[in-house]
Design a binder for this molecule. Structure first.
Ligand code: HEC
Ligand code: HEC
Ligand code: HEC
Length: 441
């Protein structure tokens, strides 16, 4: 009997050793795939991060802030692309689509991107985070103008018709408003992504150079060739417009009126840049000082759209103390300030009381946010600087990550094996204990 007990204990010890090994193996297996996945996802994350910047600089202008597509340019956040073979998407980006506005991007085909960068962009299209991509585009100050096109001002367009050769200029302005304004800006003033065309420097270029750029594009830049969309006659009209822009009245090609989108980061940046560059003249709360007018007033904010404020800040007001900030700030800084200033609109007073330099007068005059005699006391609540970024929440395809997953759905067979092995070890230990106790009795 005693011998039998010893045998049982020996068997149990053997069993225990086996169970420990099974447990160790199962535990390793639980962790291994996670380790591999972690390493792979680190690489993917770096690639996706650099792809977001590539997308911002090269693609957002046509495919939109969040890959939603603009006008005739298709969406890239389309689920069909996520399941398309990787290589097919690489091919479209590398070679472009013949006879469409989609240019070839690979160095091999005259574009600016390496094969590696094209792979990164493809990974973004198939598995990237479009809402984070939209934030990147805004933070870098490259949010595209949507709508892509604009309507020429009809009264001013009629005046253009009275100029010599006016019919051709009118036609060119219409083409410009349809095809060029999104990049080259209202009235040809230029934007952060493309140079001004109303600039004498552009108009002084020889006609055949302008014709060549418009027809074939400028390799390695966003300027694609228009030979598929515009007949040689239409291209010649565009060249005439660029050469005679000084005769064209301001305002005939308005900017598409779209609010500049903001993110938490861009609002914080705007507050910062405003405080260090503008508040000395315009007041810390935009209430104005004797040196410069108030910006935090109803009339200014409701009558001036974001593009107009951006233009004023970029170009300054010649002949006044208002400098041209375009020379010393990036487009993203300027757009961030515009977003920051725009936040004042809901609470802006009708009349602002300028801050007195030197701090004279009653205390409210030095720190006032709203004029004390303002009628606008019932104005809407001040928006917090962390206001929800505009342009978000209207994209139905951005699914919130589901946090409602039952515990058993996340249960892996390897975890089950580990738990079973652990339980059987405990069970064996108890059996051994019982046996030893019995032996002593
Ligand atoms: C000048 C505008 C423009 C720019 C800039 C541009 N695209 Fe396109 N893209 C288009 C157009 C237009 C099409 C649709 C072509 C067609 O009709 O087949 C397109 C198609 C595509 C497609 C195929 C979509 C589909 O559903 O088949 C992909 C992928 C794509 N673009 C990626 C990019 C990437 C990546 C960039 C930046 C490196 C970029 N595009 C820049 C205009 C543009
Ligand atoms: C997707 C953005 C985009 C669109 C749309 C676009 N351009 Fe451009 N364009 C550019 C960029 C960027 C450059 C600068 C290229 C360079 O640096 O070589 C440029 C350069 C030019 C130039 C040369 C300017 C100079 O001073 O050298 C001309 C002319 C021009 N574009 C005309 C047009 C016309 C006309 C249209 C409409 C039919 C148009 N562009 C549409 C982005 C665009
Ligand atoms: C040296 C003083 C000074 C500084 C610094 C300054 N401004 Fe101005 N700003 C002015 C003056 C003066 C005017 C009025 C120009 C005029 O008479 O039209 C003005 C006008 C403006 C306007 C147009 C207001 C209107 O009612 O039409 C805007 C917008 C503006 N400034 C924004 C800014 C921003 C943003 C900054 C900082 C990046 C800035 N300014 C920095 C002096 C300044």
């Amino acid at each position: 009997m005693n011998l039998n007990r010893t045998r049982i204990i020996e068997i149990l010890i053997g069993l225990l050793a086996t169970q420990v090994i099974v447990f160790a193996l199962a535990f390793y297996m639980v962790n291994e795939p996670q380790r591999v996945v972690n390493a792979q996802s680190d690489i993917l994350e770096v690639q996706l991060d650099s792809a977001m910047t590539l997308y911002t600089e090269n693609c957002a202008v046509c495919h939109g802030l969040n890959g939603e597509g603009i006008g005739a340019n298709p969406a890239l956040n389309n689920p069909a692309l996520a399941t398309m073979p990787f290589e097919e998407i690489v091919k479209v980006i590398a070679r472009g689509r013949y006879a469409t506005a989609m240019p070839a991007w690979s160095k091999e085909d005259g574009g600016p991107l390496s094969d590696y960068q094209i792979d990164e962009l493809t990974a973004l299209i198939q598995s990237g985070d479009w809402s984070a991509t939209g934030d990147r585009v805004v933070n870098l100050g490259l949010a595209p103008l949507i709508p892509f096109t604009t309507e020429p001002d009809s009264a001013l367009l009629e005046n253009v018709g009275m100029l010599p050769d006016g019919i051709r200029l009118q036609a060119a302005i219409t083409t410009y408003a349809e095809s060029c304004v999104a990049c080259h800006g209202a009235d040809g003033l230029g934007t952060s992504i493309a140079p001004a065309l109303n600039d004498p420097l552009a108009g002084e270029k020889p006609a055949d150079e302008l014709t060549r750029i418009i027809t074939y594009g400028s390799a390695g830049t966003l300027m694609s060739g228009w030979s598929n969309q515009l007949s040689p006659e239409k291209v010649a009209e565009m060249v005439t417009l660029i050469q005679r822009w000084d005769e064209i009245p301001r305002g005939v090609i308005p900017a598409p009126d779209v609010p500049i989108p903001t993110t938490e980061e861009s609002l914080a940046l705007g507050a910062n840049v405003y405080a260090s560059n503008c508040s000395s003249c315009h007041g810390p709360e935009g209430q104005g000082t004797p040196r410069a007018p108030a910006l935090n007033v109803k009339a200014f904010l409701t009558e001036t759209n974001d593009q107009a404020i951006e233009l004023i800040i970029t170009g300054g007001v010649p002949g006044t103390a208002m400098p041209a900030w375009g020379d010393r700030m990036t487009a993203s800084d300027i757009q961030a300030i515009v977003g920051f200033i725009r936040q004042w609109e809901p609470t802006a007073p009708e009349v602002a009381i300028p801050t007195r330099p030197g701090g004279g007068g009653p205390p409210w005059m030095r720190t006032n946010t709203t004029a004390p005699n303002s009628i606008e006391i019932t104005a809407p609540q001040q928006q917090s600087p962390q206001a929800t970024p505009q342009g978000q929440g209207k994209q139905p395809w951005v699914q919130p990550a589901s946090s409602e997953t039952a515990w058993w759905q996340t249960m892996d067979w390897r975890i089950l094996l580990s738990v079973t092995a652990l339980l059987s070890i405990i069970f064996t230990l108890i059996l051994m204990g019982v046996n030893l106790l019995k032996k002593q009795n």
